[in-house]
Design a binder for this molecule. Structure first.
Ligand SMILES: Cc1ncc(COP(=O)(O)O)c(C=O)c1O
Length: 415
């Protein structure tokens, strides 16, 4: 491909608008509820309102505490919502970030820097994570010069706390648990991991990037789920993405800490340059103000009742998918707990089923061990997308059994 160069003359907007529309004409309509890795319109024209809010603050900057009172106001309210939902103790602190990865990076930097103040001076401070933890923890280890040990999960595909305990050495600074893990959609035994961390004077981070805005509402509806928030003794920090089950537009997540002093370790401050003090809690410098305005609008529009309703719809969709997939000859790897469904099979090559589904236009992520299809569940308002997917699954299983389709060479590339 020849390298594109910036055209000399500016284009006309109608022509560009046409190009923009044409560029996605043959793409999957994610907003219609394809169960892949998207959060569609939650209902009630929330997206329209969020877009209008983003437009209103399109050129605004979100930087520092002083320069943009409107944006800072939205951010402060969002921070309150997050701390409240995660039952942060009095004095708890939160930072709004650009996404789950940044939230995890900040938590791991904070864990490293707190360990330094506690006098842990190992050459390679070590974090211990279950095998199922998100790849962002390895990114954090790479960026902040940490060692990461991934401990095999138990037979139930959750963190094996005994094995994590055995992996602790004098270099260990933090233990990780997920709520839920991306690969298996299961909540790790957070109270036990946190207790182990507390006993050994370690940081405990809960990665609730997926479940942080769903599990609190599921629990309120009576789902029997493991406690996973800042009210659990020993939990130091929790990452939770607004742009996943918070249903806000992309580009916003949160990392909450048990207290201000602990949160301070995530920050950066510097003043030996011509413009004086440069300090902040995020990795990003200047941020887009529209992100906070759109997220604030989404959360205010939905309110607790809106999120509870979404949780009810998600639960119903989950049950329908599990029943239908089972009838089609597939089997959930585990009972889905919080918005993720993984499906495997005992009598058909699941990656042949995957290939058939892809050919039919039903994309999904995949898990490599054990091999499974991976779905993010949407709270669809009617059965149309559910029925379409289930019908495709039944056809894909039939095709795979009849060897009309085989697994493709390459599987499970997350990003
Ligand atoms: C459990 C978990 N943690 C962290 C992340 C990273 O989030 P992001 O892609 O927003 O950086 C993801 C993304 O899917 C996730 O599933």
């Amino acid at each position: 491909m020849t390298r594109p160069t910036l055209p000399q003359n500016g284009a006309q907007w109608p022509a560009l608008h046409h190009d923009l529309m044409a560029s996605r004409a043959n793409e999957i309509q994610w907003d219609q509820g394809a169960f892949y890795y998207h959060w569609p319109e939650p209902g009630g024209n929330v997206h329209q309102a969020a877009m209008a809010a983003a437009n209103m603050f399109y050129t605004d900057i979100w930087l520092g505490r002083f320069n943009q009172p409107s944006i800072n106001g939205f951010a402060e309210e969002l921070e309150g919502f997050v701390l409240d939902l995660h039952e942060a103790p009095e004095g708890g602190a939160v930072t709004l970030t650009s996404g789950g990865t940044e939230s995890i990076l900040l938590a791991m930097k904070a864990a490293r820097d707190r360990a330094r103040t506690l006098g842990i001076t190992s050459v390679r401070p070590t974090i211990i994570a279950p095998w199922s933890a998100h790849a962002a923890f390895n990114k954090a280890a790479d960026y902040f010069d940490l060692e990461i040990i991934r401990v095999p999960v138990g037979e139930d595909l959750r963190a094996d706390v005994g094995a994590m305990a055995e992996a602790i050495t004098r270099d260990t600074i933090a233990l990780i648990g997920s709520a839920p893990s991306w690969p298996y959609g299961l909540i790790d035994p957070i109270p036990e991991i946190a207790a182990l961390a507390q006993k050994n004077g370690l940081w405990c981070h809960v990665d609730a990037c997926v479940g942080g805005f769903l599990i609190p509402f599921y629990r309120e509806l009576g789902h029997d789920l493991t406690p996973m928030n800042l009210a659990v003794p020993g939990v130091t920090s929790i990452s939770a993405d607004l742009h996943k089950f918070g249903f806000t537009p992309q580009g916003i997540s949160s990392v909450s800490f048990c207290d201000e002093e602990t949160a301070g370790h995530a920050g950066f401050s510097f003043d030996a340059w011509p413009c004086g003090r440069y300090a902040g809690q995020t990795i990003q410098g200047t941020k887009a103000g529209q992100t906070a305005a759109a997220a604030w609008t989404t959360m205010r529009l939905l309110g607790r009742d809106g999120y509870l309703d979404l949780a009810r719809r998600l639960s119903r969709t989950t049950n329908r998918l599990v029943e239908g997939a089972t009838a089609a000859g597939l089997r959930p790897l585990a009972k889905p707990e919080a918005g993720i469904l993984t499906l495997t099979s005992d009598d058909v090559d699941i990656f042949a089923v995957s290939e058939a589904l892809n050919r039919m236009g039903f994309p999904h992520c995949a898990v490599l061990n054990p091999e499974a299809l991976h779905y993010v569940i949407n709270p669809v308002e009617n059965d149309v997308p559910i029925d379409a997917l289930l019908e495709a699954m039944a056809g894909a299983v039939t095709d795979a059994k009849a060897s009309r389709v085989n697994r493709a060479g390459k599987q499970a590339t997350y990003a």
